[in-house]
Design a protein around this ligand. Sequence first.
Ligand code: NCD
Length: 314
Amino acid sequence: MGFRQDHLLGIEPLAPDEIQEILDLADDYVALSRSDDKHSDALAGLTQINMFFENSTRTQASFELAGKRLGADVMNMSLAASSIKKGETLIDTAMTLNAMRPDLLVVRHPHSGAVDLLAQKVNCAVLNAGDGQHEHPTQALLDALTIRRKKGRLHRLSIAICGDIAHSRVARSNLILLGKMENRIRLVGPPTLIPAGMADLGCEVYEDMAEGLRDVDVVMMLRLQKERMDGGFIPSEREYYHLYGLDAEKLAHAKEDAIVMHPGPMNRGVEIDGALADDINRSVIQEQVEMGVSVRMAAMDLLARNLKRRRQAA
Ligand code: NCD
């Protein structure tokens, strides 16, 4: 049937075959990105604007490189430093940029739902680069690609997502994606950081790391999102590290060949031991970053094809 989306606002609207299609194309782009000539002309002639209303290092760099490797004209806007400060609304900013005729808009925003709203107002393809605590679809897709390449499949795996689930759009998008692909998902963390009702969604919830990590294939750690906390979610960082920080001892409960993931940026010594994060025999954190560029190339390529088709039909 093929990839049918006009935008990439979340994992929620994607069917499993569409997820597979993005990952298959991303595999091709990994090969291209590892060659000496990293260029394709899939987005040649198109304009990509990256609008980041919230700080970002790797996601913005990754989207920028992805667009450039595919031949798009890429512009970065860090909107903390723009007319937002002068009181302009999100929609006014979007309409102004829309008038410059972009083809792809990549948007990160601190409010859940802001990117969906924006997508209704513009006539180009919109990609959500993270909206509040809602979704971060390209992160879940790059995590899926990393898992699929390391484990040889993306179904019937046992995957533990650990730490600050409550504030994490990465956890949300991953839960949806890994659930659609029929994996067993465990959420591990203190009750204050796991939203109520998660067990009803078909995941197992654990308060204890040793139990939660027992025999899993994948351990996905999350950053403690201090900027989204407005009170005492954890007693202290030392205590948190003691109970929930991933180190070699806790990892020993997982399968012998379990991989360790983290979306970055990491708080070393808070949610993960620095030496373990750097251990190339267990940690796939650098691979995640590499896969990020290729997944974004694939997503933008597929969206651009649909955009051109729509415009031709109009
Ligand atoms: C994540 C994000 O921004 O949601 N980071 C990222 O995109 N690489 C996770 C985080 O900030 O902890």
